[in-house]
Design a protein around this ligand. Structure first.
Ligand SMILES: CC(C)(COP(=O)(O)OP(=O)(O)OC[C@H]1O[C@@H](n2cnc3c(N)ncnc32)[C@H](O)[C@@H]1OP(=O)(O)O)[C@@H](O)C(=O)NCCC(=O)NCCS
Length: 209
C-alpha cells in the first residue's frame, strides 16, 4: 500500500507509512515515557513498527496543524493524547504502519494482509449470517476481520467479542463503507461506519463519522 497522508475532514486525518521509508527518522519527537516504552521493545522489527505508527500519527497531526502531544495507554491498551485533546488509533503490521486522529470522536484503524487462512478462522470472529454473505472469499473475510478490529479499537474496551458483540451489515466488494454495530453489551446502541480500502493483498479500514 502506498505511503499517504490524508485529510478526511477538517476534524480528522490519517497517515499510512511504509516502515522502511520512515525508519531513518529519529525518536526525538517522542515523549519521555514513549522513549522508555520504545527502548523496552526487544525486537528491532517490532521497534520499527511501533515507531512507524507514532510517525504516522505525527504526520497526520501536522496535516491538520496540530503538534505531536505524546500518547499514553489506558488499562485496555488504547492510546490517548497526553494533552487530553482528541482521539487516536494506531495499527502496524509487517512493513506498514498507519494511524488516524479525530479532534472530537473516538476512532479505530486497522491494516491486514489478505491470507487464505482467514477462511478457516472465520467461525472465531463471524456469526453464521456474516459467513453466508462473505461467501468463502478471503478478501471479503479480511475486510470483515479488519472492519471488526477497527470497531473494536474505536470502542476501546477489552471484553467485547468480535464474534458475539460486533455485527456487520451485508456488504460486497464494491462497497467502500461497511456498517456495523456493537450489540449485547452496555454499548448496544452504538453504530459505526467503516471506510474500506484495499490494494493488492492489503486491506485498510478505519471508522468514519
Ligand atoms: C488489541 C487488538 C485490537 C490489536 O490488534 P492487532 O491486529 O493485534 O494489532 P494492530 O497493529 O492492528 O494494533 C495494535 C495497536 O492497537 C492499539 N490497541 C491495543 N489495545 C487496544 C484497545 N483495547 N482499544 C483500542 N486500541 C487498542 C494499540 O495502540 C496498539 O499499538 P501499540 O502497541 O503500538 O500501541 C487485538 O489484539 C484485539 O484484542 N482484538 C479484538 C479481540 C478479539 O476478539 N480477538 C480475537 C478474535 S479471534
Amino acid at each position: 500500500m502506498q505511503t499517504k497522508i490524508e485529510k478526511i475532514s477538517p476534524l480528522s486525518a490519517l497517515a499510512v507509512n511504509n516502515i522502511e521509508e520512515v525508519s531513518q527518522n529519529g525518536t526525538d519527537f517522542l515523549s519521555f515515557r514513549e522513549k522508555l516504552a520504545y527502548a523496552n521493545i526487544s525486537r528491532p522489527d517490532k521497534q520499527k513498527e511501533w515507531k512507524g505508527a507514532r510517525l504516522a500519527i505525527k504526520f497526520a497531526l501536522e496535516l491538520i496543524s496540530l503538534p505531536y502531544p505524546g500518547f499514553f495507554k489506558d488499562e485496555h491498551g488504547k492510546s490517548h493524547p497526553m494533552d487530553g485533546y482528541g482521539f487516536v488509533s494506531l495499527t502496524h503490521t509487517k512493513g506498514l504502519a498507519a494511524a488516524i486522529f479525530h479532534k472530537e470522536m473516538p476512532v479505530g484503524i486497522d491494516l491486514d494482509f489478505v491470507r487464505e487462512k482467514v477462511i478457516r478462522l472465520g467461525p472465531k470472529f463471524l456469526d453464521e449470517a456474516e459467513m453466508e454473505f462473505l461467501a468463502n472469499d478471503p478478501l471479503l473475510y479480511t475486510i470483515a476481520w479488519s472492519a471488526k478490529e477497527s470497531i473494536f479499537k474505536c470502542q476501546g474496551r477489552k471484553g467485547i467479542s468480535l464474534r458475539q458483540n460486533i455485527r456487520l451489515e451485508p456488504f460486497t466488494i464494491a462497497d467502500t463503507v461497511v456498517k456495523g454495530r456493537v450489540e449485547q453489551s452496555e454499548f448496544s446502541d452504538h453504530h459505526y461506519q467503516v471506510k474500506v480500502e484495499h490494494e493488492n493483498d492489503i486491506v485498510l479500514t478505519y471508522t468514519i463519522w
